[in-house]
Design a protein around this ligand. Structure first.
Ligand SMILES: [Zn+2]
Length: 124
């Protein structure tokens, strides 16, 4: 398992910390050359969707506990969710750095894909 990867553009190191700060696992920005990188890994979208669903369910349950003023359970669940999320981010980051392919996103290509989403999907 790797905890960092080299930027395909400037070969600067991208570490787990930078991965943690990215809002989604699909895009990451190189801190050195500011290049946008696309993360490619089979099953990543499905895994991310499942995690989001799980987070939503746990978040909803946590909200219920708070509404019912069951502070002990809410506190325990809150800490468990936070710890689980942190562990997931760390493990997920290591999995990405080990198995995923990072490609530089060209702003021009990206603009094209936004206007022609069907075309770009058919190409892949
Ligand atoms: Zn770079």
């Amino acid at each position: 398992m790797k905890t960092s990867t080299a930027c395909p553009k400037c070969s600067g190191q991208i570490t787990l910390w930078h991965g943690l700060r990215a809002p989604t696992p699909f895009r990451i920005r190189c801190v050195r050359c500011r290049a946008k990188l696309r993360v490619r890994l089979p099953g990543l979208t499905a895994a991310f969707a499942m995690i989001c669903l799980l987070a939503l369910v746990l978040g909803g349950y946590l909200g219920c506990l708070i509404v019912m003023r069951r502070w002990t359970e809410a506190g325990v669940l809150g800490v468990a969710v936070l710890a689980g999320w942190l562990a997931f981010e760390l493990v997920g980051g290591m999995v990405l750095f080990t198995y995923a392919r990072f490609t530089v996103v060209d702003p021009k290509t990206e603009a094209m894909q936004k206007t022609q989403p069907v075309f770009s999907r058919a190409k892949e």
